[in-house]
Design a protein around this ligand. Sequence first.
Ligand SMILES: Cc1cc2nc3c(=O)[nH]c(=O)nc-3n(C[C@H](O)[C@H](O)[C@H](O)COP(=O)(O)O)c2cc1C
Length: 391
Amino acid sequence: MNFGLDKMTCIEDLRRVAKFKVPKMFYDYADSGSWTESTYRANSRDFNEIKFRQKVLVDMEGRSLATKMVGQDVTMPVALAPTGLTGMQRADGEILAAKAAEKFGVPFTLSTMSICSIEDVAENTTAPFWFQLYVMRDREFMQNLITRAKEAKCSALVLTADLQILGQRHKDIKNGLSAPPKPTLLNLLNLLCKPEWCWHMLHTERRTFRNIMGHAKNVQDNSSLFSWTAEQFDPRLSWDDVARIKDLWGGKLIIKGIMTAEDAEKAVQHGADAIVVSNHGGRQLDGAPSSIRALPDVVQAAGSQIEVWLDGGITTGQDILRAWALGARGVMIGRAFLYGLGAYGEDGVRRALEILYKEMDLSMAFTGCRNIEEVTRDILVKGTYPVPEGA
Ligand SMILES: Cc1cc2nc3c(=O)[nH]c(=O)nc-3n(C[C@H](O)[C@H](O)[C@H](O)COP(=O)(O)O)c2cc1C
């Protein structure tokens, strides 16, 4: 395997290097879906079925992918999705990814279940980032999280609506996923093969869930942290809570995890500024449709009122263009940046963004468009893309 960053020409290259460098339990944590993983696979497969219409002899100079997401300028319509345990793909992973996003001009979203805390990321970056909220049974802890995100000048709150209970990923159970890894014989043998990861990890103090440790009551050490976390996702979360969260937050609210027109309408009624069509990267309800298939219905229901974005299965800039053509005003990427991070740290995340940008820009040009704002469904071949139900 050639390990030079300049030889990384697609996200798949970064995935392979990440698999080589990242301990098995954390690589598997990223590269997995729930149960049979059918939705996980469908997310990327369904993109490939959508074909482009080539358009030739059009002036292609002066192209731009720049636009806005919830009023914020972005170099391309992409935000880094919230991902738990990012600081286990690479030491200080959240800080590194946030720095790469800031330099590239796209938003970074910090997960509640991050290794680096809200304060860690704020101290090490200058651009405002977004904060993703999981609603916990301990409402005081949740309110504190919102206050901390405000104090850190986060510019949007992403409320994840599809994880009141946790989907099962077989590999995480089999690998005994924990942060940091437990010193079992198998883990130690695996870590011996990951010297670069270990070297970086030995040079940071950030090795556990720092948004929680020291902030939640009755959590003093790793064992109490794990039992606390397992019990804390609040299965009672409902639409009634959204207004209260919006009030507490007082800024832009993005609801993530919408898969149907009905839920999209509710999100509009409850004051969301944007929604993300998402099946959590195929990690929650296995057997749900891919997010690109769910997109047209949601766009039809809510696209004229709020921004509709999408995540799930984006492995190329062409996928971003396809989603945009079908009405998504932005996308979030999860694994695509995590693989870059695990492979090369901050440089790898930058590389992932460069790859996606280039693929999107060139594909837009091949379809005869110079500005992303001009791109519509017309760049796609009829019959190859999903349409709203009943259309
Ligand atoms: C390793 C991993 C951890 C994730 N953790 C979170 C999380 O903490 N909060 C959240 O809202 N979504 C989480 N997600 C879902 C992502 O935000 C996003 O919906 C998904 O990754 C998009 O699919 P993609 O990875 O195919 O791009 C996670 C996804 C992955 C792969």
